[in-house]
Design a protein around this ligand. Structure first.
Ligand code: HEM
Length: 172
């Protein structure tokens, strides 16, 4: 948190879209959040119109296919310390969420990739940048952020199981 605060508070505001895309730590935090908590953990249901082979598995014609990107994002084959929130893993890495890196598919891939990818990612980054830049955040009772319950519940999209209660203090 300190690293992203420092990165944001040395930049001029209001933040432009161009500045936001050049903030490595903010972008790394966004990527790491999408890796561990993809909003659509099974993507949208896909359909195999023909029988096909994928990595030695046969997918029969007319199958309904779910891609578990939640599990892929936590697979120790691809990710070191997969359950830890470590944004630094994305610093200096070429991994992108644009559908070419199959270990990181929070927006899906291929013809049905999320068409709102650019809009959604820019919006979240801008909102996060402003919330972090202009407020100091703490937990009620000065609770330790490390103890925050990050349990999830599956709905149409993934949701935090317990509501997030935070105290903002304005910081100009
Ligand atoms: C952080 C924000 C967002 C995330 C993580 C996200 C994620 C996804 C995912 C995983 C899919 C399924 C892709 C697949 O099955 O391969 C999807 C589909 C879709 N998304 Fe997004 N999305 C986001 C924002 C948006 C926004 C802002 C819009 C519209 C303005 C949007 C519109 C759509 C539409 C229309 C589809 C269905 C595409 C199709 O089935 O052909 N999304 N999104």
């Amino acid at each position: 948190m300190n690293k992203v605060v420092e990165e944001l508070r040395t930049k001029e505001t209001p933040f432009s879209e161009q500045v936001i895309s050049q903030l490595p730590y903010l972008n790394a935090c966004f990527n790491e959040t999408l890796r561990l908590h993809p909003p659509a953990p099974f993507l949208l249901p896909h359909f195999a119109p023909e029988t096909c082979e994928v990595m030695n598995y046969t997918v029969p014609k007319n199958s309904r296919v779910f891609v578990n990107v939640w599990a892929i994002g936590r697979d120790p084959t691809f990710w070191e310390d997969p359950l830890l929130f470590k944004p630094d893993r994305f610093l200096g890495s070429n991994l992108e969420f644009k559908g070419h890196d199959f270990e990181f598919l929070p927006f899906g891939s291929g013809r049905r990739i999320c068409p709102g990818l650019m809009m959604g990612s820019k919006q979240v980054l801008l909102i996060m940048a402003n919330l972090v830049r202009f407020f100091d955040w703490s937990l009620p009772n000065n609770d330790d952020p490390g103890d925050l319950d990050m349990g999830e519940r599956l709905g149409i999209t993934m949701q935090k199981e317990q509501p997030l209660l935070l105290i903002p203090k304005i910081k100009i």
